[in-house]
Design a protein. Structure first.
Length: 82
């Protein structure tokens, strides 16, 4: 794993981080790590959601007579039983 050093952080920011760390029963380092990990996860999720939206636009809209998701799941379960 990598190590990071952050210098010249505003005292108010550090105090807020300490308050958050205490509220979450973590060390200051643990709180900062959790915040960084959450931010990275959200950004990856945002990129994934944009990709899914682009793919959905390429699909034809559902119309009567087309199978629903429930139909497809049922069909898959039936195939597994054979």
């Amino acid at each position: 794993m990598a190590n990071l050093t952050v210098r010249d952080v505003d005292d108010d920011v550090v105090e807020w981080l300490r308050t958050q760390a205490k509220a979450h029963q973590r060390s200051l380092e643990g709180e900062i790590r959790a915040l960084l990990e959450r931010e990275a996860r959200q950004r990856r999720m945002g990129a994934w959601l944009k990709r899914v939206a682009r793919l959905r636009k390429q699909l034809p809209p559902w119309q009567p007579g087309m199978p629903t998701a429930a139909d497809l799941v049922r069909e898959g379960r039936d195939e597994d039983r054979r």
